[in-house]
Design a protein around this ligand. Sequence first.
Ligand code: ATP
Ligand code: MG
Length: 550
Amino acid sequence: MDTNNFIEEFIVEDLNNGRFEQVHMRFPPEPNGYLHLGHAFSICLQFTTAKKFGGKTNLRFDDTNPLVEETEYVNAIREDVKWLGFDWEDREFYASDYFDRLYAFAKQLIEQGDAYVDDQSPELIAEQKGTPTKPGTNSPFRDRSVAENLDLFERMRKGEFPDGARILRAKIDMTSPNMLMRDPLIYRIKHATHHRTGDAWCIYPMYDFAHGQSDSIENISHSVCTLEFENHRPVYNWFIEKLGIFPSRQIEFARLNFTYTVMGKRKMIQMVREGDVTGWDDPRMPTISGARRRGYPAAAIREFNDRVGVAKRDKLIDLSLLEFFVRQHLNASAKRMMAVLDPIKLTITNYPEGQTELIETANNPEDEEAGTRNLTFGRNLFIEKDDFKEEANRKYFRLKLGGMVRLKSGFIIEADEAVKDADGNIIEVKARYFPESKSGSDTSGLKPKGTIHWVHEGTAVPATINLYDRLFTDETPDSHEGKDFREFLNPNSMETIEAWIEPAAAVLPKGEVVQFLRKGYFAVDPDSTSDRQIFNRTVTLKDNYAKKRQ
Ligand code: ATP
Ligand code: MG
């Protein structure tokens, strides 16, 4: 089988030498926040790799810290993974479902003499840990008898001690060069209500203890995680060996990071709480739910992740690469419609007052099956303010006095007059149309260089449009020593405007993405109502960032 990366090579090796009979992977989020685009990468990686080898992927919530985990997050994560296009079937698991078994594993370690209860304060324990160059010192409680350890651990569970009074540790090696092997903490006392187990427990397993054991319980063959867990691998393997459980294999890969944003859940929570954004699913957020609200197609995210590929060194990717895939997908699928974002009146002086006619236009020239619809044309229209100039040179292909332009799918017009207000601002353009120049049956012989979009005043509908720019002004906002990442928030990352849209755009369903001709792609926001459509600009038609960078 062709392999695309080192993970697939390990898998092939393990299948060939019989270490595993089948591939079984998992995506293990902690429900302590919404998923971001880095998680999306991991999700795509786990599900597509397992599938390639005919295997399965579980969704497992790593919910061992009741203080930060919530059901709201569980639900958001389920929705996001589903939306990305992956199916965990009936394999939705929770580390908290294994609390009884994890407790039994801990007792097994105690009985084997591989774990002990330490009565010291967390501060003292930290002090004794040593440094990478200085070995740690043994706890005075390290050699307690099995019977005493069992008794104390059971009483920890019964709730006899306050938080932090005692802790269960694995008895490994306080002199190990790997700090994580220096008698890691495995069970702590925490009198807190858990989002699923309620008050059944007042002791909770630490990440290193719960995570690997959950993998083994689920017969996970390849436990693929990010690089920061590389040092944890010896601990992971030590537990497997001591407990004699299913030998899951941990493989690490590099995190994906994007320019001009931050993705850590703790930082995202801060932005949500401080009101820097409107919520987790603010279209400016690097969350999966934000990307969805902004109109990014799930398929574009999948394809992007596939193209980026898995690596062993952390990657900093320019957001415009993701936008490239977003544009490509939307170009194929989005309907084309017209909206005027910064309007000025256009009056066709030779078009009879009170008269209108219908004009046929294609819904998507890239897709014949998308069909056609009718636009209303009449005497009073709106065009973009910057599509008109009183005077301009020969390279200006839009409308100017004495110049011609085609109104998209409609007629050719020639501008005669700019009407101004008392301050000299142009408030209306007067033009004549050529009745024989209608698109599709044009016999005028006229050949204007430009085409501009427009809407018909009598039928156009007002709408709200959110325009977005980068959320941060700095490429790596969280990498500046002594500076809070929030100092780099872009104060102009969102601009809300009023626009005129053609009537068909006013009835698009929530979530649909449309191309407003010459203006970009826009997604119908879920907060839209039957009276008011709200659009979020997904992407511009061209890579503006690239232009700005030059
Ligand atoms: P964060 O540090 O951003 O809060 P996390 O790693 O604490 O994220 P988890 O819920 O523990 O979040 O992550 C679930 C899975 O997603 C883990 O396997 C983790 O390694 C992976 N993951 C998290 N961030 C990234 C990223 N930026 N790129 C790739 N994978 C990631
Ligand atoms: Mg985490």
